[in-house]
Write a protein that binds this ligand. Structure first.
Ligand code: CMP
Length: 135
């Protein structure tokens, strides 16, 4: 089944964007759209509103609005799962133990500054791809 998903290079991942884009291209995921953008604090909160009640929400909103991001629409068969496999577990520490070749293991710093984001479901992929087209 042909799917699309959103990949985001977070502000802390920007220094490694060349390597991250290379990893995406080598994996068989097709980059259909790509743009660089800077989220305001309000936009970052809106984007992550599912995490509004989490203790790390303010830190996350601060980080995501601290610099530019690269937003990409990725297309492939099972693109959502493929991209999540390539990016690895949320925590950089866990990623280094369990998925040492993943993007987060290689380029993440901690649980907040974990280099990249990926939509986790069909509905959120649709919402966030649309979000970044119009931002
Ligand atoms: P992401 O996959 O973009 O989705 C939610 C984000 O919240 C996550 O990556 C991290 O950047 C952040 N996050 C998740 N869990 C934690 C945590 N325990 N502490 C700090 N930040 C977190």
């Amino acid at each position: 089944l042909q799917e699309r998903t959103l990949a985001l290079i977070k502000p802390d991942g920007i220094p490694y964007m060349g390597k991250i884009i290379e990893a995406i291209c080598c994996s068989g995921l097709i980059i259909k759209q790509l743009r660089m953008c800077k989220l305001s604090r309000g936009q970052a909160k809106d984007f992550y509103k599912a995490h509004m009640d989490k203790p790390f929400f303010e830190e996350l909103a601060n980080h995501m609005s601290s610099g530019p991001c690269v937003a990409m629409e990725l297309v492939a068969e099972d693109a959502i799962a493929k991209w999540r496999l390539l990016l690895g577990p949320t925590s950089t520490e866990v990623a280094r133990m369990k998925a040492p070749s993943s993007i987060r293991a290689n380029f993440g710093t901690d649980s907040t500054r974990n280099a990249v984001h990926g939509a986790d479901s069909y509905d959120s992929a649709r919402r966030v791809v649309t979000y970044f087209i119009f931002i």
